[in-house]
Design a protein around this ligand. Sequence first.
Ligand SMILES: Nc1ncnc2c1ncn2[C@@H]1O[C@H](COP(=O)(O)OP(=O)(O)OP(=O)(O)O)[C@@H](O)[C@H]1O
Length: 244
Amino acid sequence: MIEINHVTKRYGKEKTAVADAVWNVPDGKITGFIGPNGAGKTTTLKMITGVLKPDSGAILINNIDIVKSPLKAKEQFGYVSDTPDNFLRLKGIEYLNFMADIYNVPSDKRNEFIDAYSKRFGIEQSLGDKILSYSHGMRQKIMIMGALIHSPSVWILDEPMTGLDPQASYELKQMMKEHAASGKSVLFSTHVLEVAEKLCDNVVIIRKGEIKFMGTLDELKLQYPKDMGLEMIFLELTGDGKDN
Ligand SMILES: Nc1ncnc2c1ncn2[C@@H]1O[C@H](COP(=O)(O)OP(=O)(O)OP(=O)(O)O)[C@@H](O)[C@H]1O
């Protein structure tokens, strides 16, 4: 469960990237965080994960304040950023063991996880290679595994489908569904509406730093004429789709 209580973030004096945001991510559901380029999605996710500090307001992860108790709060979630080009000099297996060490995952549990998930993603033969030699999609897969190795109750992903082939994209969506079905929460950002439509229980729509809607897609559709497609509703809510 994530609670975002009246959170504001400015860059300099002029730019308000997120304005008095109030929303939440319930347990047992997949929540899609949707908005056009520059709407404030990454800024919000960076605040939730403790990379950036809000100027005002509070963010609670399983009731733990990310600013006041960062270490405890960070134990609660796994985060997949939108740039998987990290730890390039480590081998895949070294990176996974590094992540497992951070979270004190026992060796039998981590080995079981690595075996199962590397097979699901089809990268079991590449774990002994440096991440530097991986393709974008393979880097994305190893980062996803690193985020999940400690079985976090909250799973946060920034634009996770980018660069994944159809098989990997399918596997990732299945993993997200399994995560939510086990009573845990998933939050992911996207500007791909079709993905949100197929995958999300709830959506949160942001435009120019302001939360425009929070609820199910059916609730959103009810607010518009019956023949209006989701794409048109989204464009209506977010302007012409561009904020910059
Ligand atoms: N470090 C920064 N310094 C100044 N302005 C920034 C900085 N990072 C983001 N911004 C601005 O804050 C606003 C929100 O940016 P953010 O990256 O959060 O949007 P986004 O919804 O993730 O966009 P995209 O979908 O393109 O990744 C934009 O206007 C952006 O230009």
